[in-house]
Ligand binder design. Structure first.
Ligand SMILES: [Zn+2]
Length: 196
């Protein structure tokens, strides 16, 4: 079940205080229509009761996909207060993949990776490799590298990463899968090894 809590907010435009219904958890198996809202960041959107402008609210969230046996907690606070135990024996027994992320784009990345049936640990290691070699060049800005898609051409499959220091300057990095080492190639399309 998805869970909604009313929370007091102030409109960022007119400062009027009001109640917004914020999703604490989203079950995309029971409520499939919510998935697109998670992906485009509009889950908690509402129009201000006073000025009518659209208010976009990003808040911590537990994403639950029962079909894929996947739980991703978006914890935007600095507190370690995870909403569930990472080593929950029940989830482990059921073969769940459990993740916690800090940023909204990390949540989107994880959902995209698992929707593609990919292994997020392999991709994280590749992204980390790109990130550290590029940070040598881009010294004074933090560089973000995240998975975007698998590109399939006639002969080659490539992993496409998006990378940016600022979201307005998005670049793509393409990694041919044939150039990965043997271990990475065999694990990349296997997300089930993550369930143990
Ligand atoms: Zn307003």
């Amino acid at each position: 079940m998805s869970k909604i809590s009313p929370k007091a907010i102030n409109c960022p435009f007119c400062n009027e205080s009001q109640v917004a219904n914020i999703y604490d958890s989203v079950n995309v198996t029971i409520d499939p229509s919510l998935k697109q809202k998670v992906l485009n960041g509009t889950l908690n959107d509402k129009n201000c009761d006073s000025c009518g402008k659209a208010i976009n609210i990003i808040s911590g969230l537990l994403y639950h996909d029962m079909t894929q046996k996947l739980m991703i907690s978006l914890n935007t606070s600095d507190e370690p207060g995870i909403t569930f135990d990472n080593k929950n024996p029940f989830l482990k027994m059921e073969g769940y993949i459990v993740r916690e992320v800090k940023e909204y784009y990390d949540l989107i990345e994880k959902i995209t990776i698992f929707d593609n049936g990919l292994n997020d640990e392999v991709l994280a290691a590749l992204a980390e490799g790109f990130s550290s070699s590029l940070n040598e060049i881009v010294k004074d800005a933090k560089l973000y590298v995240f998975f975007d898609r698998i590109e399939k051409s006639l002969f080659k499959k490539k992993i496409v990463f998006k990378c940016f220091t600022h979201p307005s300057q998005m670049m793509e990095l393409k990694q041919p899968i044939s150039k990965l080492d043997k271990a990475q190639q065999s694990l990349l399309f296997n997300m089930d090894v993550l369930r143990n």
